[in-house]
Design a protein around this ligand. Structure first.
Ligand SMILES: Nc1nc2c(ncn2[C@@H]2O[C@H](COP(=O)(O)OP(=O)(O)O)[C@@H](O)[C@H]2O)c(=O)[nH]1
Ligand SMILES: [Mg+2]
Length: 264
């Protein structure tokens, strides 16, 4: 049984945004750190980085965490030679969640976000997501609010919808798109003083990260977005139906684990 919510210490409601624990190398005031984990994203990454840099007015650092992609994604990023873009090239390991966590270790911003390399619909939303952070600690993009949508192939749309309905029913707190915790999310840095994502698996453990945050009183806001299918590159989560099914199962189990695991 989880402890009742009233036992949770009140979450700091100040709008200052700055963590009291800014990290070893704090960045300039107002810095926004945006993390993209990549594996074989040579065709998408340049456009994605350019879109981010053109839409975000605040000082920004884009952190790419590439797992030594055979298509040399890391070299594409390196060749941009843009001081706002930082590259972490990991060798001998793979994994979306651990790559995002590695990016969080690098991040110097007061605001930290992560998104997929093929989520081209997110950069134009960043200004309004950042504005929403003024009255929230976490902002996530949601497909299931009025104005949102999912334009991918039907099997993926239905699986995601069922999974998110399940997560919303089991975990609650009015969050409609728990799965966006793995991509399409901005957090204030100080949220990391309250909960940390686990560097395990694909995106499933981020659901628990988000749930732990809301249980501890972190204010979460959702903004609608329309997810479309990637037009270049290949999906890593659904190379075949069996893999996709297994992943769906892992997400379902992660929801139950999040709900019933004792938290600190
Ligand atoms: N660093 C790293 N990134 C990964 C890995 N697997 C997937 N990604 C990235 O995770 C994001 C989501 O992957 P994607 O193929 O779009 O999966 P889908 O949207 O679930 O079909 C993309 O930015 C991928 O490049 C991995 O093993 N390592
Ligand atoms: Mg994708």
């Amino acid at each position: 049984m989880n402890p009742p919510l009233s036992d949770s210490p009140p979450y700091p409601a100040s709008d200052a945004g700055r963590s009291e624990n800014p990290g070893a190398r704090p960045g300039p005031a107002g810095l926004v750190s945006l993390i993209i984990a990549t594996y074989t994203e040579g065709e998408t990454i340049t456009g994605m980085i350019q879109d981010i840099l053109s839409h975000v007015r605040a000082p920004v650092e884009v952190i790419i965490v590439d797992d030594d992609s055979p298509d040399l994604t890391w070299k594409v990023v390196q060749d941009l030679r843009d001081p706002r873009v930082r590259l972490v090239r990991r060798t001998g390991t793979r994994g979306l969640a651990s790559a995002i966590c590695r990016g969080i270790l690098e991040a110097r911003g007061e605001v930290i976000g992560w998104m997929d390399a093929d989520m081209f619909m997110i950069p134009p939303l960043l200004p309004s997501m950042l504005a929403s952070l003024e009255s929230a600690d976490i902002v996530i993009a949601s497909r299931y609010l009025p104005g949102g949508g999912d334009q991918r192939p039907k099997a993926r749309v239905v699986t995601s919808l069922l999974l998110n309905r399940f997560a919303s029913g089991v975990l609650g707190f009015g969050i409609t798109d728990y799965a966006s915790s793995a991509g399409g999310i901005l957090i204030r840095r100080r949220v990391l003083d309250t909960a940390l994502p686990q560097p395990l698996g694909y995106g499933e453990h981020f659901i628990e990260f988000l749930y732990r945050c809301v249980r501890k009183g972190v204010r979460v806001k959702e903004v609608p977005y329309v997810l479309s299918e990637r037009t270049v590159g290949a999906s890593k989560s659904s190379p075949n139906p069996l893999h996709f099914f297994q992943l769906g199962l892992r997400y379902g189990l992660a929801v139950l684990r999040a709900r019933f695991r004792w938290i600190d």
